[in-house]
Design a protein around this ligand. Structure first.
Ligand code: SF4
Ligand code: SF4
Length: 319
C-alpha cells in the first residue's frame, strides 16, 4: 500500500516541512499496516506489518510486483497519480489473495531522457548514465551512502529528487480543476484513438474486446463499468506505442477517478460502454477520423454528466 505525501510540504525540499511530511507518512503507514495485520489476524490468518518499525523485506520491488508503480532513476517508486511523493508499506499474510500484476506508466522511457533528479541531486548520488545489474536486478543504482551522508549534513531527509521529479508535480498542486482535466482529455484522447486506429495490433484489438466483454458481463454494476472504462482508455493509449501518451492517460484517468469518487451513474456508464464499442469498431475498421470523432463525443458526454453532478455537489472531493 502507498500513502501520499502532501505536495506543498514535499515542494519545500530540502527544508524541514518535507522531512516532517516524510515522518508523518511513516507514521500513517505504520498505523495502516498494523491495523490491517490485526484485521487479518482476527480472521485467522498470519499477518506481519511492514513499516518503519519492522521490515522483513525490501518494499519497492514488492510494490512494483503489486502494480503500484515503477522504479524511477531516482530509486524511488513512481506511482501513477502521485509520482514519487509516496511512502510504501505492506502487510504480509498467508491469506489467499488474487495477485496483482506490474503496470507500465512509461517511467522507464521517460527517465532515460529526463535526468532532472540526477542533475538536481546535491550529493550526485543519482546516476546520469545507464542502468546496471545490481544484486541480480537491472536498475539505476542510487548511491545510498552519499545520499545519506547529505541527509546528515542538512539535518532533513533532503527529498529534492522527489520534489523535482515531473511525475510528482504533474498532478500534485491541488490547483488542477476538472475543466483542466477535460481540456487535456479532449486534446489527447481523440488523437490517441486516431493513432490506435492506425497502429493497433490484432492483440491490442483482442485486449480491448476482452475489456468490453467483461463490462457486458457486469452491465448493471456502475462501479465496475467505470473501472473498465478507465482500463479501456488506458489500453487504447497503449495501442499507440507512445509511452508519454500512456503516462498522460494514466494520470488523467487517475485524476478523473479522484474527482468523481462518488460519481457512479449507471446510465452514463452504459452509454460510455456503447460509445467504446463504436470506437473499437472504428479502430478495427482502421478508420482514424471516425475513431477520433467518436472519442471526442464520448468525452463530451462524460464531461456534461460530470459537470452537472459537480454543480449539485455541495462539497467537492479534494484532489
Ligand atoms: S534525497 Fe537528496 S541527496 Fe538523496 S538522492 Fe535525492 S536529491 Fe540526492
Ligand atoms: S526526475 Fe526525471 S529521471 Fe528522475 S525519476 Fe523523475 S522522471 Fe525519472
Amino acid at each position: 500500500m502507498l500513502t501520499e505525501m502532501d505536495w506543498d510540504h514535499v515542494s519545500s525540499a530540502s527544508h524541514t516541512p518535507s522531512g516532517a511530511e516524510s515522518a508523518r507518512n511513516y507514521e500513517r503507514g505504520a498505523y495502516l499496516s498494523v491495523h490491517l495485520a490485526r484485521w487479518f489476524a482476527h480472521m485467522g490468518y498470519r499477518a506481519v506489518a511492514q513499516n518503519t518499525r519492522h521490515y522483513d523485506i525490501a518494499l519497492p520491488p514488492l510494490a512494483v510486483d503489486a502494480g503500484l508503480g515503477e522504479i524511477g532513476r531516482l530509486g524511488y517508486l513512481i506511482a501513477p497519480c502521485f509520482g514519487a511523493r509516496v511512502r510504501i508499506f505492506a502487510t504480509l499474510t498467508d491469506m489467499p489473495l488474487i495477485p496483482d500484476r506490474p503496470i507500465s506508466i512509461g517511467v522507464d522511457e521517460f527517465c532515460k531522457r529526463c535526468k532532472k533528479c540526477a542533475e538536481s541531486c546535491p550529493s550526485k548520488s543519482i546516476p546520469m548514465g545507464e542502468k546496471i545489474v545490481h544484486r541480480g536486478a537491472l536498475k539505476w543504482k542510487l548511491n545510498e551512502d552519499s545520499c545519506f551522508e547529505y541527509w546528515s549534513k542538512v539535518g532533513t531527509d533532503c527529498s529534492i529528487c522527489m520534489a523535482v521529479c515531473p511525475f510528482s508535480r504533474l498532478v500534485a498542486s491541488g490547483k488542477v480543476t476538472e475543466h483542466d482535466v477535460f481540456e487535456i482529455h479532449l486534446l489527447i484522447e481523440p488523437y490517441a484513438a486516431s493513432e490506435a486506429a492506425k497502429r493497433a495490433s490484432s492483440k491490442d484489438i483482442d485486449d480491448l474486446h476482452t475489456l468490453l466483454t467483461m463490462a457486458e458481463e457486469n452491465i448493471d454494476d456502475a462501479e465496475y463499468l467505470q473501472r473498465i472504462r478507465g482500463k479501456f482508455h488506458i489500453r487504447l493509449a497503449r495501442c499507440t506505442g507512445n509511452p508519454i501518451l500512456l503516462l498522460l492517460m494514466n494520470a488523467l484517468i487517475e485524476l478523473l477517478r479522484q474527482y468523481f469518487l462518488d460519481f457512479k451513474e449507471l446510465p452514463l456508464e452504459k452509454k460510455a460502454m456503447e460509445a467504446n464499442k463504436e470506437i473499437l469498431d472504428a479502430i478495427t475498421e482502421r478508420n482514424p477520423e471516425k475513431a477520433a470523432k467518436l472519442m471526442r463525443m464520448e468525452i463530451l458526454t462524460i464531461k456534461k454528466y460530470a459537470e452537472s453532478w459537480a454543480a449539485t455537489k455541495a462539497k467537492r472531493k479534494p484532489l
